[in-house]
Design a protein around this ligand. Structure first.
Ligand code: GDP
Ligand code: MG
Length: 679
């Protein structure tokens, strides 16, 4: 025995492929091979599911067991070399049947019953074979039949005992996977005693053994036939009638192969229900239990197997899944909206589950379902951050796209603000919903509605801000236009001082303002402004308009401009006659009287200009003295103060200034009379 783990190296009778490889499942040191899974894979049986069978052989040493198996299944078990006559099979070997999904186990012969150690192995290998095989071939010479004390009967007693331990606790009918076929192959059957007789003898012996077994209380009444089916066949002498031997063996082989024939030996009822990919683990578990002399109970073994395999299958499914999920983790974390992420996630999830289901559903249903739930949990908790990330990124994308679209449209002309915002909103909120729905997968309770609500709130905020900006822009434009419109008429009226000067000014002011207000209202209709916003905007407009007017008044009443106005007013009355002809003063003229009249009339203008007050009180304009301008955050605004053009002291100051100017004209006029007299 060599090889790292004390197992004989895999021999191969043919170089053509793995089919002919064999493996020592249990070596002569009673160790289980670590390579069985690998070997099953090499035999191409790992994915066979339930579509495979197991057969084992029992019998004394050198009764032609290995020879028989090789003939029946095309296997490559060692056969004793005639010239040396020594035991060849140690432990348990396994081969794959040629051209058939059959695992064949060749069990060490058990002749040396004198040796106590062999009895131990016999019992253990019986347990092991029964727990896994559908058909047990019991191989014996014809002349051994009826020898109750013979080695074979001792072996069968062991098999029966062991069986009670294995399956006994279940229903006496054997349960679904509890039945086993015992196929008695009588070797060197000469034919003088017909097979039926041999069969009767063996059956009688078996029943005797069965009765002699000490059975547990609850199994007292159970029959051999509750657990075992029996089949019998004889084989002619291999050396004496080799041709007959070969043809009978061929017949027997047929019964292992032809599934649709009535005498097919691998009946479904015998299958132990272990999926091919779990066979190695299952057998190893059984052997461990057997070795440590623990009670072996198959349902528990099957559940353990299911747990182990379902975990393995789940892990394998997850490995691929994780790889796939990882591929989109980065883009999502980087803020990208991954096109078709939902479909991707659905595919990964379905694939992983399908993979799991394909392999794991063959195992214990309860375990399979439980582990499936676990797998789903892991899958969904891996996908969840991707989903949430996608939503977040979608939210950002849709919001910024909405904003950009609105701003771009507002750059153009002739748009309706409400339409622009409404369309962009429908488009991008719609885009969000569509993509969010796409990202959802059926199963976990994921929802996108909350994020959607947030998005809608934020688009509203953006829309509000844009509307405010737009309103502001519009009010500014209207203000500019207003300024243009009133500039000329106001300048004209202020240059023609008369009692109803302010009436005219205020009239044109009010008319222009009215037009401006209605311009605003027309435009504001498309903004979906609230009533309150409209009132605020209009108030701002009125105040701005008033300030525009006041600025115009200020411009027309600076000291220089205003003194100029007074001067020309005075001139018209003092230096020119009523026909507008310059006066040439003669000594007899009443210069003093004319001067005084012109001066007094002119000085009256100061009080006319000093306050904006119409004679017609219906033209009186007023504004609320509100604390601030909401659009401009301007300072406090005191309307009555704005009506005053010149304060009292200013009036006085202007009066003095003008008087000085007028005095100069007077002196000049006097001097001109003197000079004209002197000429
Ligand atoms: P095993 O120990 O039971 O596996 O027996 P083997 O297959 O190694 O065969 C033992 C010896 O019996 C070999 O020499 C075979 O040639 C011989 N042998 C095999 N089959 C038969 C048979 O049907 N009849 C007889 N008489 N000898 C056989
Ligand atoms: Mg052998």
């Amino acid at each position: 025995m060599d090889g790292a783990n004390g197992h004989a190296p895999n021999g191969s009778a043919s170089t053509s492929g793995a089919t002919f490889e064999r493996i020592q499942v249990i070596n002569d040191e009673k160790q289980f091979t670590p390579d069985l899974t690998k070997q099953l894979e090499r035999w191409g049986l790992r994915d066979a599911g339930f579509d495979y069978n197991i057969v084992a052989v029992f019998g004394s040493q050198s009764t032609g067991k290995s020879t028989l198996l090789n003939r029946l299944f095309g296997t490559t078990f060692d056969v004793m070399d005639e010239t040396r006559r020594q035991q060849t099979t140690k432990g348990i070997w396994m081969c794959r049947g040629k051209d058939m999904n059959v695992l064949v186990m060749d069990v060490e012969g058990t002749d040396g019953r004198e040796r106590g150690e062999d009895q131990d192995f016999e019992r253990k290998s019986a347990l092991f074979s029964l727990a896994s095989s559908e058909v047990l071939i019991v191989n014996l010479w014809e002349h051994q039949v009826g020898l109750y004390q013979g080695a074979n009967m001792g072996l069968l007693k062991t098999v029966f005992e062991v069986n009670l331990g294995l399956f006994g606790k279940r229903s006496p009918k054997g349960g679904a996977n509890g039945r086993t076929l015992l196929l008695f192959v009588i070797r060197d059957h000469i034919g003088t005693t017909p097979l039926v007789n041999l069969q009767a003898t063996i059956t009688a012996d078996l029943n005797k053994i069965w009765e002699s077994l000490s059975k547990p209380e609850e199994l007292q009444g159970c029959q051999l036939s509750d657990y075992f089916d029996l089949a019998f066949t004889g084989l002619p002498h291999k050396i004496l009638v080799p041709d007959k031997f070969e043809s009978e063996v061929k017949q027997l082989r047929r019964r292992f192969v032809e599934k649709d024939k009535e005498d097919f030996l691998f009946k479904p009822a015998y299958h132990k229900g272990i999926p091919a990919d779990g066979v190695a683990f299952y057998m190893e578990g059984i052997w461990e239990q057997v070795q440590s002399n623990k009670d072996l109970d198959l349902p528990t073994q099957q559940e353990l197997l299911a747990q182990f395999r379902c975990d393995e299958i789940s892990t394998a499914a997850l490995a691929d899944f994780n790889e796939q999920a990882k591929s989109q983790k980065r883009p999502v974390e980087a803020g990208r909206v991954v096109e078709g992420l939902g479909q991707l996630m659905r595919n990964w999830r379905t694939e992983a589950l399908a993979r799991y289901d394909r392999d794991a559903s063959r195992y214990h249903k309860g375990v399979y379902k439980r582990k499936r739930q676990d797998l789903l949990g892991v899958i969904d908790s891996t996908l969840s951050p991707l989903f949430l990330g996608q939503l977040k990124n979608l939210h950002k994308l849709c919001l910024s796209s909405f904003k950009k679209e609105v701003l771009d449209s507002l750059k153009g002309e002739d748009y309706s603000f409400a339409d622009v915002v409404g369309k962009a909103r429908d488009k991008w909120e719609g885009a969000f919903v569509e993509a969010a729905k796409e990202a959802c997968i059926e199963g976990p309770e994921w929802s996108w509605e909350e994020e959607y609500t947030l998005l809608k709130e934020e688009t509203q905020i953006v829309a509000d801000q844009c509307r405010k900006d737009e309103t502001k822009k519009m009010v500014n434009a209207i203000e500019r236009n207003f300024k243009k419109q009133i500039s000329e008429p106001v300048e004209l009226y202020l240059n023609q001082p008369s009692g109803d000067m302010w009436d005219k000014v205020l009239k044109v002011f009010k008319e222009t303002l009215e037009k401006a207000e209605s311009t605003y209202l027309v435009k504001a209709k498309s903004f979906n402004c609230t009533e309150e916003e409209n009132q605020t905007a209009l108030a701002t407009l009125r105040k701005r308009a008033w300030l525009v007017l006041r600025a115009k008044v200020d411009e027309q009443t600076t000291d220089t401009v205003f003194l100029g106005k007074l001067r020309s007013h005075f001139d018209e009355r003092f230096r020119y006659d009523e026909h507008g002809v310059p006066r040439v003063w003669k000594p007899e003229d009443d210069i003093d009287g004319a001067f005084k009249r012109a001066r007094e009339e002119t000085l009256e203008l100061i009080s006319l200009y000093s306050k904006i007050s119409p004679t017609d009180s219906s033209l009186q304009f007023t504004l609320p003295s509100e604390p601030s301008d909401s659009l401009n955050n301007a300072d406090e605004f005191d309307f009555p103060a704005t009506l005053v053009v010149f304060s009292d002291s200013k009036c006085l100051d202007l009066t003095n200034k003008f008087r000085r100017d007028a005095d100069a004209y007077y002196v000049e006029a006097k001097r001109s009379t003197v000079s004209s007299v002197a000429q």
